[in-house]
Design a protein around this ligand. Structure first.
Ligand SMILES: [Zn+2]
Length: 588
């Protein structure tokens, strides 16, 4: 959308900056200027002043300054065009868009928005006073929703009776469909549902989330369809309500549902938003960074696995944000916690951990850290996770921290992390695309992460079985899913067994079947053996406190490092891989 400079000028001239600012700040006349407490930083004595004649504001405390458009941008967290539109609306000026297309799009959007705003009012009135909404009111009461909450969040009820909304709006089926409120045949899109209006950050209603009532018609959640104004990959529920608090605290809590957002507000942390039936997208992230730089994920972020991690790290880098994960008890969501134990919810948000730390902590929970073998295994898994972070310094911080916790040498852990890191970088972009796509489609229940080395080996087993199958054993795979896949691939005519296998396993195998291998199969096998050898050395040398034991282990350690070295040279690779594999078979 582009607005002509003339219009911008006209709007500025028609706007009195003092009366606009006065809606947010109490101003007093001091000599030639107006003064008050700055709305952009906390202060006790006023260092904020407005010059009515020149039409600008300035703060001596935080140095924020600008014209009336800038003021609205900052205080309403709008972009330039939105701010100008906001002011034009107040001044009663009709904007001439420089582009004819913009003008007609704007007009259509405006019509849709008006319908949606009136629909929100209709649903809200219906919930508060209509006899057919008794069930909805009882449900809300049971879940601890007060009338204030219902009003604050404009919660509503869409009646079962079809046509009631259309009659109220006095419009036709085509317009209803364009607004995402009805079907072309005249039916209502939302029926017998609790309605949560979804708005732009400026409060403009753009769609609805409809929740099923007990014993209602599934699905449990139904959101507005894609329309001229509603795009689920961009919209965040609750941002319009929470933006002031988000800006003031510098923190934004991301949930999955409307009731989670409302739950957070009820628990005294009114700075939550929710994605509307989709995974977090880059557009969501971009939008959030306009308001805060600390992002706290308050949903189960573990399932999304490595593909999600890659995205979060990339976003942290490009948007200069920090992603944290709230420490919610497993299986619970913020909405439910707000009902049962609001203090625990606040605590879970306050104790949020950086994303990487959270992932490692989850892995460590599943390992017995009292034994040397357990710690070695934990170090290996931690190394894989640490290796995913793109920043050298961050990786090293975690190496130092976790080497200490897991009682392994910093050098060994650093080496392991570096190896996994280099391994990860060798992965093709094509594979990354597939992972990203799966993530977006909600591929969210991985049976633990599969390292790229393990994936490549599985690929080699599929595409070059004669070279690697006999040399590969199940114990080489760390990931449960990878080892299940290997089991499957060992079956005679494995393609015929696919139907009987679990969905995720089938998806993985099918995906690997269409991917090629980009290196010599024996080399791919050696990449899996590399960290296994490191792990064995760690167990044999570093986790042994008994000197006699060390002496006994010494020849094996030496033998392993010699084979490992040979494995890195092309001419000796096959022989050393064969030697290591037969040794592994003997100890497994
Ligand atoms: Zn200030």
């Amino acid at each position: 959308m582009a607005i002509s400079d003339d219009d911008v000028q006209k709007i500025k001239e028609a706007t009195d900056i003092v009366s606009v600012v006065s809606q947010y700040v109490t101003l007093k006349k001091v000599g030639m200027r107006w003064a008050g407490l700055c709305p952009f930083h906390t202060e006790k004595t006023g260092s904020f002043s407005v010059n009515a004649e020149e039409g600008f504001f300035y703060c001596f405390g935080c140095q924020k300054s600008g014209d009336v458009i800038q003021f609205i941008r900052e205080i309403e967290q709008l972009d330039f065009v939105e701010s100008v539109e906001w002011l034009a609306e107040k001044a009663g000026i009709i904007i001439e868009y420089t582009n004819v297309n913009d003008a007609s799009v704007h007009k259509e959007k405006k019509l849709v928005s008006e319908l949606l705003t009136r629909a929100a009012q209709f649903f809200n009135d219906r919930l508060l006073s209509s006899p057919d909404a008794g069930k909805a009111r009882a449900y809300l009461r049971n879940r601890g929703f007060t009338r204030e909450t219902v009003e604050a969040f404009q919660i509503g009820y869409a009646p079962m009776q079809t046509g009631a909304l259309r009659a109220f709006l006095g419009t036709d089926a085509t317009k209803m469909e364009a607004a995402g409120l009805g079907y072309s045949g005249g039916g209502s899109f939302f029926r017998d549902r609790l309605m949560f209006p979804i708005s732009e950050p400026n409060g403009q209603v753009i769609g609805f989330g409809g929740r099923m009532l007990p014993e209602g018609q599934p699905p449990k959640y139904k959101n507005s369809p894609q329309s001229k104004v509603y795009d689920k990959s961009k919209v965040l529920y609750g941002l319009n309500f929470a933006k002031r608090e988000i800006v003031a605290s510098g923190q934004i809590i991301v949930c999955e549902g409307y009731t989670d957002v409302i739950g957070c507000a009820k628990a005294g942390i009114p700075r939550a938003v929710a994605t509307c039936g989709t995974a977090l997208t880059e557009q969501h992230m971009k939008l959030m960074t306009r308001f805060a730089k600390k992002i706290v994920l308050a949903f189960d972020a573990d399932g999304a696995g490595q593909a999600a991690a890659d995205r979060f790290y990339a976003w942290e880098k490009s948007y200069e944000v920090e992603v944290f994960v709230a420490q919610l008890p497993s299986g619970s969501d913020p909405g439910q916690m707000a009902e049962e134990n609001p203090e625990a919810l606040v605590e879970a948000i306050e104790s949020a951990r950086p994303f990487l730390e959270h992932r490692i902590a989850r892995v460590l929970q599943s390992v017995d850290l009292t034994t040397a073998e357990g710690r070695a295994r934990a170090a290996d898994m931690a190394a894989q996770i640490i290796s995913e972070h793109p920043n050298d310094l961050v990786r090293d911080q975690y190496v130092v921290e976790f080497a200490d916790k897991l009682k392994v040498s910093i050098e060994i852990l650093r080496k392991l992390v570096l190896k996994y890191f280099q391994d990860g970088r060798k992965r093709g972009d094509a594979k990354k695309d597939v992972e990203t796509r799966n993530y977006e489609e909600g591929f969210s229940q991985e049976l633990g992460p599969i390292s790229s080395a393990e994936r490549n080996l599985l690929c080699a087993v599929i595409h070059a079985p004669e070279a690697v199958k006999d040399l590969t054993i199940k114990e080489m795979f760390n990931s449960e899913l990878a080892s299940m896949a290997f089991d499957l691939l060992c079956k005679e005519d494995w393609k015929k067994h696919l139907d009987a296998e679990n969905e995720q396993l089938v998806a993985l195998v099918q995906r690997l079947s269409v991917e090629g291998i980009d290196a010599d199969p024996i080399e791919l096998l050696s990449r899996v053996l590399d960290p296994i050898i490191d792990r064995w050395q760690m167990e044999l040398v570093y986790d042994v406190t008994d000197i006699d034991r060390l002496r006994i282990n010494q020849p094996l350690v030496k033998w392993l490092s010699e084979r490992q070295e040979e494995m890195h040279l092309e001419e000796t690779r096959l022989a050393s891989v064969q030697a290591i594999t037969s040794w592994l078979k003997s100890v497994s």
